[in-house]
Design a protein around this ligand. Structure first.
Ligand code: CU
Length: 133
């Protein structure tokens, strides 16, 4: 009986150690990612976009300077929405800010990237991003 108890304790300890090791590695990766994005976003101009069903309720037109660092944040006040633009390589999810630099001037449409309701409602969710000299 004692032996079984000891075996169980050892087994649990081993499991605990393995689990801890895994957690630690994940934490390190996360910390690294955060550090990277902090460096990139240190001088970024920040925009917070808010969304409800089925409209972006913040400014529908964002103007940024070509070559500047921009940080976009999305807050879903209602429903589940995302924002994407393939040309700019933006794939923004709620509360996961993205930092990017626009290299070309022009007008870009930012569309809701999550199918969030009837097609016409979902497709009406648009923002315009203007990149100027
Ligand atoms: Cu949407």
């Amino acid at each position: 009986m004692k032996k079984i108890g000891l075996f169980l304790v050892l087994g649990l300890l081993t499991l605990g150690l393995v689990a801890c090791g895994g957690d630690k590695e994940e934490t390190n990766v996360k910390a690294q990612e955060e550090t990277n994005s902090e460096v990139a976003s240190a001088d970024a101009e920040e925009f917070t976009i808010t969304a409800t069903n089925w409209e972006f309720t913040s400014d529908k037109e964002l103007t940024i300077k070509k070559g500047s660092n921009v940080k976009l944040n999305l807050v879903n006040e209602e429903g589940v929405h995302g924002i994407s633009n393939d040309e700019l390589g933006i794939d923004l999810k709620a509360d996961k800010p993205v930092v990017f630099t626009a290299d070309t001037t022009g007008e870009f449409e930012l569309l809701c990237s999550i199918f969030c309701g009837a097609t016409k409602d979902h497709e009406a969710m648009k923002l315009t991003l203007k990149v100027v000299e």
